[in-house]
Design a protein around this ligand. Structure first.
Ligand code: HEC
Ligand code: HEC
Length: 378
């Protein structure tokens, strides 16, 4: 009887496993929780987002393949001030297509003109960032988008309130239904839609790309061509060691964190610890994520604290060898040996990285921002 007994035990065990298997998801998938949304895939057919010349294949998370409907919904959410507590601030207030998906302030202004401590980085090509934010504290565009909605100095709302407002708007209920096949709006579906829209904000095919990857010898000037050599030469500008240019594509970022001494005082004290606040690793003190340099010409001011009003000012920082402090990156050293012509060549090269935005990334017609004095060009 022993084998039968054993079979009984095995069957009982299997039964228990199946039971657990079945009950677990229904416990986790209570409506409104993160777990419930994780299993929801878009209702429509996934689309291939077109990648311009000079960019690598687009990374897409398996649980959020973009569809025409989720992208359109995300675009609307991105430009809708409904996501802020007093209907005054949208994502585009601080990441405005007119200024290369950043803003003109050194540090961003949110609801009630409250200010944060950092400059708004560009959303352009952020689909390629392995970590989001200057300090890399968010692992994905989806996770990133949850931050500003609830940040008291940005949109100053709550996830619950945003979901409630969207659910109360019949137009959004219909759009969510179309995009996600559900009547139940959740914050996860909100951020997944926004992330899919952001994945369409791609800039490549600049004069530089047409020269370097498209082999059009006339795409950039002779000065910009010399600038490119200086940019990549480790003995000259040494810029490409961090702002990388690959064989088939160029992101102009290594997706890593470096200390340039931005924000350091004359004694080398840093006012923002950057990546250190996430990793608590001494080596990350005052280190910030290398930003892309694409569309740099329309994105002033520069650096994590927006302290440089022009590209020329940013270059001057490198010429001077950065601000001395205990954690200055070892790749940063004075470039005062560069002649004035060489400095001009570097600027001409940086200028060649700017290109027009893709179609269909601006505000939907009925959500065009009302011209506020602060939104106008200075
Ligand atoms: C009040 C201004 C403000 C608003 C509103 C705002 N952001 Fe930001 N955004 C910032 C600032 C400032 C940072 C950098 C913060 C940091 O690194 O600590 C940032 C970072 C980001 C990043 C990371 C980019 C990178 O290179 O790391 C993305 C993507 C982004 N925001 C998208 C959004 C989206 C989507 C919304 C709307 C849901 C939004 N932002 C709303 C100011 C804003
Ligand atoms: C050691 C890595 C490293 C090297 C080398 C480097 N950069 Fe950077 N670059 C960064 C980081 C990191 C930032 C952001 C720093 C911050 O805000 O604290 C940055 C910011 C910039 C910005 C501002 C971009 C923005 O969106 O605000 C420009 C312009 C720039 N670099 C150009 C250059 C040029 C030109 C060179 C060569 C002369 C160069 N970089 C060399 C890492 C580097």
């Amino acid at each position: 009887m022993k084998p039968l007994h054993r079979l009984g035990t095995v069957l009982l065990f299997l039964f228990a496993v199946v039971l657990l298997w079945q009950t677990q998801p229904s416990v986790q998938a209570a409506p409104g929780t993160d777990q419930a949304a994780q299993v929801i895939l878009p209702a429509g057919k996934p689309v291939q987002i077109k990648v311009p010349l000079g960019l690598p294949p687009l990374p897409i998370p398996p649980d959020n393949p973009p569809t025409a409907e989720t992208i359109a919904l995300g675009r609307r959410l991105y430009y809708d001030p409904l996501l802020s507590s007093d209907n005054s601030v949208s994502c585009a207030s601080c990441h405005d297509p007119q200024t290369g998906f950043t803003d003109r302030h050194s540090v961003s202004q949110g609801v009630g003109r409250k200010t944060g401590t950092r400059h708004s980085p560009t959303v352009i090509n952020s689909a390629y960032s392995t970590l989001q934010f200057w300090d890399g504290r968010a692992p994905s565009l989806e996770e990133q988008a949850k931050g500003p909605i609830a940040n008291p100095v940005e949109m100053a709302s709550t996830h619950a309130d945003v979901v409630k407002r969207l659910q109360a708007d019949p137009k959004y209920v219909a759009l969510f239904k179309e995009a996600w096949g559900t009547d139940q709006i959740t914050i996860d579906l909100v951020v997944k839609s926004i992330a899919s829209f952001e994945r369409t904000v791609l800039c490549g095919n600049s004069p530089f790309d047409r020269f370097y990857y498209g082999h059009d010898k006339k795409a950039i000037s002779a000065s910009a061509q010399r600038g490119l050599k200086l940019f990549t030469d480790p003995k000259k500008g040494n810029c490409a060691v961090c702002h990388t240019i690959g064989k088939d594509y160029a992101l102009f970022t290594d997706n890593k964190f470096h200390n340039l001494g931005i924000g350091a005082d004359l004694r080398g004290n840093l006012n923002d610890l950057g990546r250190f606040s996430v990793t608590k690793s001494d080596a990350d003190t005052g280190a910030f994520k290398t930003p892309t340099l694409r569309n740099i010409a329309v994105r002033a001011p520069f650096m994590h604290d927006g302290s440089f009003p022009t590209v020329k000012d940013a270059l001057a920082h490198y010429i001077g060898g950065g601000n001395a402090n205990a954690h200055l990156d070892k790749e940063i050293h004075a470039l005062d040996f560069l002649s004035f012509d060489e400095r001009d060549d570097l600027l001409a090269f940086l200028d060649s990285l700017t290109t027009k935005l893709p179609d269909n990334v601006g505000a939907p017609a009925d959500l065009q921002p009302v011209a506020k004095p602060s939104a106008q060009k200075q």
